[in-house]
Design a protein around this ligand. Structure first.
Ligand code: NAP
Ligand code: MG
Length: 493
């Protein structure tokens, strides 16, 4: 890590890529319009970004389609695509500080996290998918006789990707790495709050050898650029990470247009179950991380804590100590452990839940929106106990540093509470009893169960949800399923 002074001076010297990236070059929006990229930790403008809309999406899709059809990338061998994406992984590492600064400035998360988690993660995910793609074998069906029936994985064509702002570089990477590795062309629409790292990434991809047109990035607003991509007749597949409400819109866009495939990674309200036989100090460390990491702006945040009654007060006291040790401040300061909410509007939304919590439950710590420096986009790490099952703070995704604590007696009570939600992304269980952990893991309606840890995640394991947390999986070999269609080629001889 560099020092606070060094990050400040590097941030002051940055030049931002702020136009649409189409066909291998930066171009202004057709309309000439722009929108402001704001640093939420200061409230100050970073740059004006091209505001792409339907006309720009049309150009980007045409470029992606042309690239796909002439085979400049789609008909390269997996080994050739691997080489390019491995170079991109290396370029991400070579430009670590700049990429980290872009996400930290654009959405307010601590520099220690973009430097140590987000940017190395992006390089690792590109590397992993690149290395995997030339180890995937096609199949021959067991027809017997004078027949050979091949089952081949084919790229889909043009993939539209619409991603959120909470891990700007990583959420883009989770879609781009498997989509590009398998030979597709992509049009990416980053969140309006965080377009800067994706635009720099596109330039790095060209430097790595990705042919023009294969990756296009159109910054803009969801209602116009995002919707235009979702409704585009020449997009074969739309992959989305974001809120459940917007995910449902993409299903509608597809149904009302060309029935493109839609894969959704959406919201969560993930439970963390703490049993009396757990290592309570370790559990408290990780429960605090599970809700407060990234300002709580994590889809799989452990935002509901379910704790066994006999240890509830002891455990809440441990959590309170940890919440109060969090250092909020300027995200460019390497000592900061919690930054700003992504923007003032989101801070207002999170603060509205603080008011609900104070009405419905017992405030243990935090509970306020605060001003640091020139920005009021900060929210204190907050814990509410005695939260009734009907309260909106335990039912709705807050997407901020707000923990709702409930208690239970038996395993069955814990399971019933845990599954009593419209979401199904992740869950955690803390216990020394392996049979209990396995039994509950089987019965929790979620995509990932972490036992004696939280948010277990790696490029080797699939990530995604059930219920209204979405469907389809990012990461792992299984992520390739979203970006390829099986084709049967049957030969008689
Ligand atoms: P969001 O409002 O749903 O936005 C996500 C993306 O969709 C953005 O690019 C957004 O553009 C676009 N969008 C918004 N309205 C649209 C519309 N009417 N038509 C087409 N596109 C539209 O979500 P967010 O606030 O950025 O991110 C937070 C959400 O993401 C949370 O619910 C969180 O759980 C979820 N998330 C899920 C996962 C997962 O893997 N399951 C991971 C991370 C985050 P604008 O930027 O212009 O709004
Ligand atoms: Mg948004």
């Amino acid at each position: 890590m560099l020092s606070y002074d060094e990050y400040q001076s590097k941030a002051a010297g940055l030049s931002f890529r702020n136009q649409c990236w189409i066909d291998g070059a930066f171009v202004p929006a057709v309309s000439g319009e722009t929108f402001a990229a704001i640093n939420p930790a200061t409230g100050k403008k970073l740059t004006d970004v091209a505001r792409g809309s339907a006309a720009d999406i049309d150009r980007a899709v045409a470029s992606a389609r042309a690239a796909f059809e002439d085979g400049r990338w789609s008909r390269k061998t997996p080994g050739e695509r691997k080489e390019v994406l491995l170079r991109l992984a290396q370029l991400i590492r070579d430009n670590l500080t700049e990429l980290a600064l872009l996400d930290t400035l654009d959405m307010g998360k601590p520099i220690s996290e973009t430097v140590n988690v987000d940017v190395p993660g992006s390089a690792m995910f590109f590397q992993w998918h690149a290395e995997a793609v030339d180890k995937l074998y096609d199949e021959i069906a067991p027809t017997g006789g004078r027949d050979v029936a091949m089952v081949r994985r084919m790229p889909l064509g043009v993939v539209g990707a619409v991603v959120p702002w909470n891990f700007p570089l990583d959420m883009a990477t989770w879609k781009l790495a498997p989509a590009l590795a398998t030979g597709n062309s992509v049009v990416l629409k980053p969140a309006e709050q965080s377009p800067l790292s994706a635009l720099f990434l596109a330039e790095l991809a060209k430097e790595a050898g990705l042919p023009d047109g294969v990756l296009n990035v159109v910054p803009g607003f969801g209602e116009d650029a995002g919707q235009a991509l979702g409704r585009h007749p020449d997009v074969d597949c739309l992959v989305f990470t974001g809120s459940t409400a917007v995910g449902k819109l993409f299903q509608r866009y597809a149904g009302e247009s060309n029935m493109k495939q839609v894969w959704l990674e959406t919201g969560g309200k993930s439970p963390n179950l703490i049993f009396a036989d757990a290592d309570l100090d370790k559990a408290a460390d990780m429960a605090a991380f599970g809700i407060f990491f990234n300002q709580g702006e994590v889809c799989s945040a452990n935002s509901r804590l379910l704790v066994q009654k006999d240890i509830a007060e002891v455990f809440i006291a441990k959590l309170k100590t940890r919440a109060e040790a969090i250092k909020q401040g300027d995200p460019l300061d390497p000592e900061t452990t919690m930054g700003a909410m992504v923007d003032a509007q989101h801070a207002t939304r999170v603060a509205s839940y603080l008011a609900v919590g104070k009405e419905d439950a017992r405030l243990v710590t935090g509970g306020n929106r605060i001003t640091i420096g020139s920005s009021d986009a900060f929210v204190q790490p907050t814990i509410f106990a005695d939260v009734p099952a009907h309260s909106r703070i335990v039912r709705e995704e807050i997407f901020g540093p707000v923990l709702a604590v409930q208690t239970f007696d038996t395993d069955e009570d814990a399971l019933a509470l845990a599954n009593d939600t419209e979401f199904g992304l992740a869950a955690s269980i803390w216990t020394a009893d392996l049979s209990r952990a396995m039994d509950l893991s089987d019965r929790l309606n979620v995509g990932t169960v972490s036992v004696n840890t939280v948010d277990a995640l790696s490029p080797m394991t699939p990530f995604g949800g059930v219920k209204q947390s979405g469907f389809g999986r990012d990461l792992s070999i299984h992520s390739f399923d979203k970006y390829t269609a099986l084709k049967t080629i049957w030969v008689k001889y």
